[in-house]
Structures are given as structure tokens and as C-alpha cells.
Design a protein around this ligand. Structure first.
Ligand code: NAP
Length: 327
């Protein structure tokens, strides 16, 4: 550059961006959540700055808020998945461009109107996918893929799925059916039509479950694999009674599950976090959603300012789909 001048790329904003975000000011109930504002700096190397359009709320957010995942420093932030528009890119980022519509997972502090994320953690949002569905796709979807890989589910399998009406359960049903397996899924009777639509054979959980599974098996076949997204004693006991241990996985990591010798997946002591498998699942999940082979059922959309209400609703544990926050 002549005369020692430095080239400045005028297409890159260099100004800070004001963001509203949710701060958890302590561990505790939903009242610890507060809205705050900050100035986001321009993205650094390897980063992109997103204007967030929708945020997926997950039960794990509530567990972190309550301190069930350990008690680190306060205040802290929540939110692992968002969908949004790239508003600025870091100096060396070439994989995404300003204006791209993307989904970001796994992120830190996704409960925000804008945030900085690593460019490596975004995938293109399918144009046909609404923002809220995009925001709720990847955490449940990646978890579902992990469970199916861990249990080796494929053509001809019959999966006994506990907690089939939840966001993870719904993804497991669709992905298992896509692999040529059949699914016997437990849910409240009011969600049985939903399970049928997704391709599962629905049964109620609770007393008498073993008999209902036996009746279902006459129609569908004996379970060859079991996936537990409910975390109940009945789910664990019945899975162990019907399926060989190496083909049972739970995403509800707890001492009884670890001690039983089944596959415990996700966060928690003794579990397989599946970091690589879940990261690698992002692009295929977006592709499946693009093709309409994987649907995300959004049951509630709330403004970011109503984050406390979103947490109260998820805490009831009967959402039967995704809860999404809109900045
Ligand atoms: N380890 C991991 O990597 C990982 C990843 C994601 C999620 N998780 C955990 O897995 C659980 C499910 O996650 P999610 O996102 O699917 O939650 P969710 O969407 O909130 O799931 C709620 C569903 O659970 C069902 N349910 C409640 N009690 C049940 C029972 N006793 N038996 C069977 N189903 C029951 C309900 O079905 P009905 O309405 O029909 O009663 C409800 O719709 C959460 O605890 C979450 O923290 C773990």
C-alpha cells in the first residue's frame, strides 16, 4: 500500500451494536432472569455478529438457571440455539457473508437480540424454514441423532421411546422412521394423534406400561432398542427388561442410569457428551428440514421480555413441542 496507507473495507461495520440480553443474576427460580443491554463490539477473527430472529428454549436452560449443572460465577447467560441474520463478519471469515440467514448452535448466551458467535457454529437456514422452527431445530435434533447412533438404530428396528411427545422425542420418531425403523412411543393420550402423525405407535406412560408395550409389540414388533427421554424409573426398568443394555440410551443422566450400564448421553458425570457427533449433525439436520423430512413443532412463541413466562411453561414438562423467544 503506497504512502503507508492501510486499506479499510468499508463494507464492514466497525461500530458497536446495542443488544438486549437476558442475564441470570443468580441461580434460582425464573425471577433471577433480568433483561439488560450492552454494546456488542465488531466481530473478531473467526466470529460473526448475528441479529437474532428467534431463540430456542430448552429444559437444560432451566436446569442451568437452577444450578443443577453446577454453580459457576454469577451473573451468567442462557441460550444454546438461535436463528438470525449475519450482520457483520470477522476479518478472516469467508464461510458466511453479511445478510446470510443462519442457525447457530451451540452458542453461549443465545437469549439476546444480537450476539457474537464463532463462524464455525453456524449453518445456513433453509429458506423455507420459518425462523421459530429454525431456532428449535438443532439442539433437539442433534440429541436425537446422538441417541439413534448410540443405539445403532436402522432398518427393521423397533424403538421403544419414552418421552415421545417432547421436542427430542418428536425428532427421534421422525429420524428413526426415516432410517426404516418403527417406533413405539409413550405420551399422554392427548398427544397420541400427534405421535401417529409423526409415524409412531402411541401408548400412554404410567401404570400398566409393560402390558401396553406388549400389546403394541403384537402390532409393531418386539422392541430391539430403547431410548429414554423421560427419565422415569418405569422407563429405565422396562427398557432393561425388554432390550439388551448396549441398545438402550438415555438423555436423562442420573446415577441409576449410569449404574445400570446403559448409554448415558449428554451432560453430566459419566455420560458421553457426543460433542463431535452433535456438531456434525447440524448440516444434515438443516438438510432434512429443508426436504420436509424433519419437522419442528413450535407450541409457543413469546417476546424475549417474557422469558420468565417461557421458563414457567417449560417447567410444567408437557410442552409437546418447542417454546421460542422472539427478540
Ligand atoms: N442429555 C442430553 O443431551 C439432553 C438433550 C436434550 C434434552 N435433554 C433432556 O431431556 C428431557 C426432554 O427434553 P425435551 O427438549 O424433549 O423436553 P420437552 O420438549 O419439554 O418434553 C416434554 C415432554 O415430556 C413428556 N413427559 C413428561 N413426563 C413424562 C413421563 N413420565 N413419561 C413420558 N413422557 C413424559 C411430556 O409428554 P406429554 O405432554 O405427552 O405428557 C412432554 O410433552 C429434558 O429433561 C431435557 O433436559 C437432555
Amino acid at each position: 500500500m503506497p504512502n503507508g496507507l492501510v486499506a479499510v473495507d468499508m463494507t464492514q461495520p466497525v461500530t458497536p451494536l446495542t443488544a438486549t440480553y437476558v442475564s441470570a443474576d443468580a441461580h434460582g427460580d425464573e425471577n433471577v432472569l433480568q433483561l439488560r443491554q450492552e454494546e456488542l463490539p465488531p466481530p473478531g477473527p473467526g466470529q460473526v455478529r448475528l441479529v437474532v430472529k428467534a431463540i430456542g428454549v430448552n429444559p437444560v436452560d432451566l436446569k442451568i438457571r437452577q444450578g443443577m449443572r453446577g454453580r459457576g460465577p454469577v451473573p451468567f447467560r442462557l441460550g444454546a440455539e438461535v436463528a438470525g441474520v449475519v450482520e457483520a463478519v470477522g476479518p478472516d471469515v469467508s464461510t458466511v457473508a453479511v445478510g446470510d440467514e443462519v442457525i447457530a448452535f451451540r452458542v453461549d448466551g443465545g437469549y439476546a437480540s444480537a450476539l457474537l458467535v464463532p463462524a464455525d457454529d453456524v449453518v445456513p437456514k433453509p429458506a423455507s424454514l420459518p425462523w421459530s422452527e429454525a431456532a428449535g431445530l438443532l439442539l433437539a435434533g442433534a440429541t436425537a441423532i446422538h441417541t439413534l447412533e448410540a443405539t445403532g438404530v436402522g432398518e427393521g428396528d423397533v424403538v421403544l421411546l419414552h418421552g415421545a411427545a417432547g421436542a427430542v422425542g418428536q425428532a427421534v420418531i421422525q429420524l428413526a422412521v426415516d432410517r426404516g425403523a418403527r417406533v413405539i412411543g409413550t405420551a399422554s393420550p392427548r398427544n397420541h394423534d400427534l405421535l401417529r402423525e409423526l409415524g409412531a405407535y402411541p401408548i400412554a406412560y404410567g401404570e400398566g406400561l409393560r402390558e401396553r408395550v406388549a400389546a403394541a409389540a403384537e402390532e409393531v414388533g418386539e422392541p430391539t432398542a430403547a431410548i429414554d427421554a423421560a427419565g422415569t424409573d418405569e422407563a429405565l426398568a422396562l427398557s432393561l427388561a425388554l432390550v439388551e443394555r448396549e441398545r438402550i440410551a438415555t438423555i436423562m443422566v442420573r446415577p441409576a442410569a449410569i449404574e445400570s450400564g446403559i448409554k448415558a448421553l449428554g451432560g453430566g458425570p459419566g455420560a458421553d457428551p457426543g460433542t463431535e457427533i452433535r456438531a456434525a449433525a447440524r448440516a444434515p439436520l438443516a438438510q432434512l428440514a429443508r426436504e420436509g423430512r424433519l419437522k419442528v413443532r413450535v407450541v409457543k412463541e413469546l417476546p424475549l421480555a417474557e422469558v420468565r413466562e417461557a421458563h414457567r411453561f417449560v417447567a410444567e414438562n408437557h410442552a409437546a413441542g418447542k417454546v421460542v423467544l422472539l427478540p
